[in-house]
Ligand binder design. Structure first.
Ligand code: PSU
Ligand code: MN
Length: 308
């Protein structure tokens, strides 16, 4: 494990840290918007008072925090591996390079002592999972790794009702921020109620710390709706998603390639609108994650004072 200079300094100074994933850079967005967004996300975390730690495996080393040149190289590289729970140790052991998904980033964050993580959307239960069994390892990770993940809900390409059911089965708190309904990534409202609602970073931080006190394994999913001016109405997206999914089926796209294929195709079919929305929601999540990380630090500092 290698910490960037900025992350190392934050660790020494006990500053709040926010983990960031790298699959969104390599498999979620095209170059150069991927690298520009990654840098803006880091800046947004800093503006919120926390320190960003983008995570990736480079030449067999688990990096916690990337330099600008490492970020750029990753964003330009072709055919970087997509690492989930199943792949990350093998990649490190064989000296490989790969980008971490939500699941793998949570594993790395926990190892590095980072409690909060911002991303765009989590993986979930794919439509047709009753025949394909395609359920993202992100859900099982949320069940067992104690990191609070801030996302804009689950992408509308997924089966959102089934995704919420699996999260409930796994005992993962699903918390909508500032609204009652569960957001659907590019749109603010999935049409489904969220199991929990909170209205401030302080509440999310308190729930996170309480889970820790209780020794509950697993994380929390904070579902932060995309900003109003950036959302794409679900009815505009529905036919595009349907088309992208049927193309994926016709081309035999399966397994790890499904999510990247659908995201790229929806980007093309919306002429970039989906990408602009994606960037806006990631930045919105980075801000909230930064605030939550600061609140968790404050709660831990209070607890230390009280016991001292
Ligand atoms: N959300 C995005 N872009 C992405 C992903 C999510 O907006 O690229 C990535 C995340 O890394 C997530 C992964 O963990 O897709 C899920 O992939 P799968 O469905 O194969 O588990
Ligand atoms: Mn999958």
């Amino acid at each position: 494990m290698k910490f960037s200079a900025e992350v190392e300094e934050a660790r020494e100074g006990n500053l709040p840290l926010v983990a960031l994933e790298s699959t969104i850079i390599t498999h979620g967005m095209p170059y150069p918007q991927n690298v520009e967004t990654a840098m803006l996300v880091e800046r947004t975390v800093r503006e919120a008072g926390a320190v960003p730690a983008t995570i990736a495996v480079i030449d067999g080393v688990l990096h916690i925090g990337l330099s600008e040149s490492e970020l750029t190289a990753l964003g330009q590289a072709q055919s970087v591996a997509k690492l989930s729970r199943a792949d990350i140790a093998a990649c490190i052991a064989t000296g490989g390079t790969g980008a971490t998904t939500v699941a793998a980033t949570m594993i790395a964050a926990r190892l590095a002592g980072i409690e909060v993580f911002a991303t765009g959307g989590i993986g979930g239960v794919h439509r047709g999972a009753e025949t394909t069994f395609d359920i993202s390892a992100d859900l099982a990770e949320l069940a067992q790794t104690a990191v609070t993940v801030v996302a804009a809900g689950a992408k509308a390409i997924l089966d959102i009702p089934k995704t919420l059911e699996v999260l409930e089965t796994y005992g993962v708190p699903v918390i909508a921020m500032g609204q009652d309904s569960f957001p659907a990534f590019w749109s603010r409202d999935s049409g489904l109620g969220a199991p929990l609602r909170m209205d401030s970073a302080t509440e999310v931080a308190a729930a996170h710390v309480t889970r820790g006190y209780m020794g509950l394994p697993g994380g929390q999913l904070v579902a932060n709706p995309i900003p109003v001016d950036e959302e794409i109405p679900p009815q505009d997206l529905a036919p595009i998603i349907a088309q992208a999914i049927s193309e994926a089926e016709a081309q035999g796209i399966a397994s790890k390639s499904v999510t990247p294929f659908l995201l790229a195709r929806i980007f093309e079919l919306t002429e970039g609108q989906s990408l602009r929305a994606n960037i806006a929601l990631v930045l919105n999540n980075a801000r909230l994650a930064g605030e939550i990380a600061c609140e968790i630090s404050a709660l831990r500092a209070d607890a230390t004072e009280n016991t001292a």
